[in-house]
Write a protein that binds this ligand. Structure first.
Ligand code: BDR
Ligand code: CA
Length: 312
């Protein structure tokens, strides 16, 4: 079983990624850390609790991570995810699962140090703030991680929050710079991949037709967040981002990419938060990431939909 910690800013697509991980016997979710991102921290923490309760897993420890980016003014994305971050489902029931009192960053450092070397995988689904703080406080953890699998950045698809930048990197470029410079094996699922994973009507219908609570919730959430994307892109379905990370862990053969250097633009100009990907290897910068570009989107959706069916 692959031991993972998920750092996330739910977010409908984050919620579906958490469902996919919990539905997969190959993966052992050690803990969830909620970070500010799509919506402010109090919402992402609450949403993570809701997702875990829906999946019948209130036993998984949940921690609160960073409330704001390292240095930038906070950027959120209520225009995509709704004011709660999890619009599209009933969010009125009262939550009972606890939030751990230890901070997410302290937990992360302790968990990485306590694990066997190269045992733990981190899955990062939001801004990279928590890991950047952890690496700054405890540089020794970099060499102990198996890998970091993250959704963020773009090469040929460039930006979704600015013309040049993807949301998770743009929200905290200084944090991304720390993570991409840390020497940790990185696997990057960028917009180039996620823009191929469109939530076509027949795919969402198949998900809903599973009939179980979590599949129906996933279809409802994705139908909500896609309203904005359908208008924005004019595509027949909205891109599905964060679950690609878990799908890569489960079935890397359905993805294609190459190991290249990815550097982060930390300036303040038009390209703030851009991932500068040396795809053609035109520099001598050391490759630091497996940067994926291709995906078999039918295989991705059939994996996702069949796994969701196994949840409550
Ligand atoms: C990323 O930004 C968020 O809105 C999504 O949850 C995803 O992690 C896509 O750019
Ligand atoms: Ca996210």
């Amino acid at each position: 079983k692959r031991k993972i910690i998920i750092d996330t800013d739910p977010g409908q697509d984050d919620a579906v990624a958490i469902f996919l991980a919990l539905a997969s016997p190959e993966i052992d979710v050690q803990a969830i850390i909620a970070v500010a991102g799509n919506v402010p921290l109090h919402h992402t923490v609450e949403n993570a609790r809701r997702v875990l309760e829906m999946a019948g897993r209130p036993d998984i420890p949940l921690y609160a991570g960073a409330a704001r980016p390292l240095r930038r003014t906070q950027t959120t994305a209520e225009h995509v995810h709704g004011p709660s971050g999890l619009d599209g489902i009933d969010t009125s029931w009262s939550l009972s699962m606890p939030v751990q009192t230890q901070s997410g960053v302290d937990y992360l450092i302790g968990a990485i140090r306590a694990a066997e070397p190269k045992e733990l995988t981190l899955v990062m689904l939001g801004p990279l703030t928590d890991l950047a703080i952890a690496l700054t406080l405890a540089p020794d953890i970099a060499g102990r991680l198996r890998e970091v699998v993250l959704m963020g950045g773009a090469w040929s698809e460039l930006g979704n929050i600015t013309p040049a930048a993807e949301f998770n990197i743009y929200a905290d470029p200084e944090a991304a710079d720390i993570v991409f410079s840390a020497g940790i094996p990185l696997v990057v699922l960028p917009l180039d991949v996620t823009h191929q994973c469109l939530g076509l009507p027949e795919r969402l219908t198949a998900m809903r037709e599973n009939g179980n609570r979590c599949s129906v919730a996933a279809a409802d959430m994705l139908s909500f967040s896609e309203r904005f994307d359908l208008k924005k892109y004019g595509w027949p379905g909205a891109p599905l981002h964060d679950p690609c990370t878990i799908a890569w862990l489960l079935n890397p053969e359905i993805f294609g990419g190459r190991t290249v250097n990815v550097s982060i633009e930390t300036g303040n100009g038009l390209c703030a938060g851009m991932t500068v990907v040396d795809w053609w290897r035109v520099t001598d910068r050391t490759p630091n990431a497996l940067f994926l570009r291709d995906v078999d989107s039918d295989a991705f959706y059939s994996l996702l939909t069949s796994r969701l069916a196994t949840l409550p």
